[in-house]
Design a protein around this ligand. Sequence first.
Ligand code: ATP
Ligand code: MG
Length: 759
Amino acid sequence: MQNLLLNLNEEQLAAVTLPAQSALILAGAGSGKTRVLTTRIAWLIQTGQVSPSGILAVTFTNKAAKEMTARLSGMLPINTRGMWIGTFHGLCNRLLRAHHKDAGLPQTFQILDTQDQLSAIKRLLKQMNVDDEKYPPRNLMYFINSAKDQGLRAKDVDAYDDYNRKFVELYELYDQQCQREGVVDFAELLLRTYELLSRNQPLREHYQSRFRHILVDEFQDTNDLQYKWLKLMAGQHNAVFAVGDDDQSIYAFRGANVGNMQAFEQEFHVQNLIKLEQNYRSHGHILDTANELIANNSKRLGKNLRTDAGHGEQVRVYEATSDLQEAQWIIEQVKDLIAEGWARSEIAILYRSNAQSRVLEHALFSSAIPYRVYGGQRFFERAEIKHAIAYLQLMDNLHNDSAFLRVVNFPTRGIGAKAMESLQDAARQYGCSLYAAVPYVAGKAGSSLNAFVKLIEGARFETQHLPLPEMVKVVLDLSGLMTHYRNEKEGADRIENLEQLVSAATLFVSEEGYGLDAPAFLGPQAQATAGAAITTADGVEVLDADAPLVTIMSPLSAFLSHASLEAGDNQAQAGQDALQLMTVHSAKGLEFDAVFITGMEEGLFPHENSAKEEGGVEEERRLMYVAITRARKRLFMTFSQTRMLHGQTRYNMRSRFFDEMPEQSIKWLSPKIAQHHWFANPKSAWDEVPEAGNNKIAQSFSRQTDSGWRIGQNVSHAKFGEGVIVNIEGGGGAARAQINFGKFGMKLLDLSVAKLEKI
Ligand code: ATP
Ligand code: MG
């Protein structure tokens, strides 16, 4: 038997082997939290305290769940396939599939990703004749999701004025629309599960008596509903083992509530609070930089990190003149690293905003370095993939109106706006889905719609016995998508992506353990009742504890869930040794030998939006802490004087975070700009200057004026510190300059009066 406890330090060992009570492991980045959590699962199973089916483990991403499962397989000779390890969304999806009837959902309910949700909302507004300028769809989406994240249905929301009341009313209508169409959004997955278990006592007790051990990674980023969900699952007797780091709470904007950590300690009567203080990931200078930076935050639970790894190298900082040059410089460094023998997959380039990746990608593409972007446009969000998926969705659930609308006339088959209007009228009149309303439409419109119905029915018939990958292939042809893109001028990439969808389906069925020739969508219903359901003593039908996922969902349903829930990175590139590109948010929990943090500028990192929110800068600082602590051995930070972002050139100041890092740990590769003396003032001036952080656009580059000042010139001012000239108006003695003073915001100063110094 493998000794699981060999490579643990004292505190880690204590954490792994805690008695079966709720516990909180509070520790900084790289201290082994995830490792402790995984080892504890293995140890609990190995020592016979629980069977694999008695474990419920929640991870933050699907990728993390996969890694955890793979680690467990390496530690123990068990089949991990049926284990309940996943994200909140993934686990809820599984539960709802198993109990779809009790949850009031069709077995083939489908999951709306954010894009789908937004279009469903737009459609609703249109149908209700709601002015979408007055009630912007995005705001409504945000309203609905944050209500759901707090566990509130429309009827539970207290409206405080007429405007708000309208939102509540639309929330209710949106829920009705989803129910009619058999679709659920992300937040709904959780809320529906929560409601199901609160209401259904036998079911709740069944799960409570099964999941004796509940383990949660990245606990600091749970939202209110997730916390309530955990409480429900835990009941009175189960042990919740939560690991987290308050300094890495970076999802407040999505409703995460770091206060859950304190609440957890009290409400779960935590006897065991363990802190891990040894960092195993990063070299000394990197760790010192992270520690000193995060010490500037006021609301912290408090903990330290140390390392035995030695100082290692200093953090390298580079100032570029433009974003293009920044990208160029990074690529030179990457080439050097590769030449020195560093693996490409061990080098990551991180950025604050997705928009920054374009320039980097462009430069990488030209230099022929293989790279992989995470969390950019998801593979499953590409238009052609969305179309293909919509055909599959419609075949699986004829009442999914979103899917219907997406493809009814794509590729074009002569179904015009008028035909659609009659169809929508009919659907409203008969209270049915668009698909079901087709027979009610007469005339030419009716016959073209009917041809579409025939197409879908034909596709269902032809593919009924086919395994998933073949089904996908047939649907791509029958739908006319392949022909459509073949005839399109720039269609080659899209064809390639569609072909990749077939590979993705192949990979999916083999990874999930479906038989390679299991029919994609007819066999499974039979399978579902045969394999998964058992009846408890009280006569409730519940899921068999060890039933693997394959017995609950048909390959097609499972694949469609996967398409909505997975990051769906370009699958074909998986496995290749490629450079890693991602936002800081999506780097959470990961580690790399070398890390580049790019765009370290005021307004970008910290992001300008953070100035508007209470605690915003502290959240940005935590995000920076996450970024720094991803690096094992070598860390680079870059910033640029100018940057094209959203079609505008911005002149930026370097990030205030540089002034919060230990000087001895930093190596300036470009001459360091004079100290900003005002950075010493810890109070953020952003809060006082209304236009602060709003980087105005300059009209032209480096326009020299007769006064000797030029746009782009770095200047220093007695009161506002260092800034950069972004525009000059007038001339001679009347010349005035618009200057971006970073924290002090934009100022318009009279050049003949203001005592400015060039730097
Ligand atoms: P994060 O906060 O970033 O999620 P974490 O606390 O979850 O970090 P892990 O990812 O579990 O940290 O561990 C960081 C690294 O340190 C991993 O490579 C892990 O294998 C290694 N590690 C953890 N504990 C030990 C140990 N006792 N001995 C050697 N290596 C360790
Ligand atoms: Mg971790």
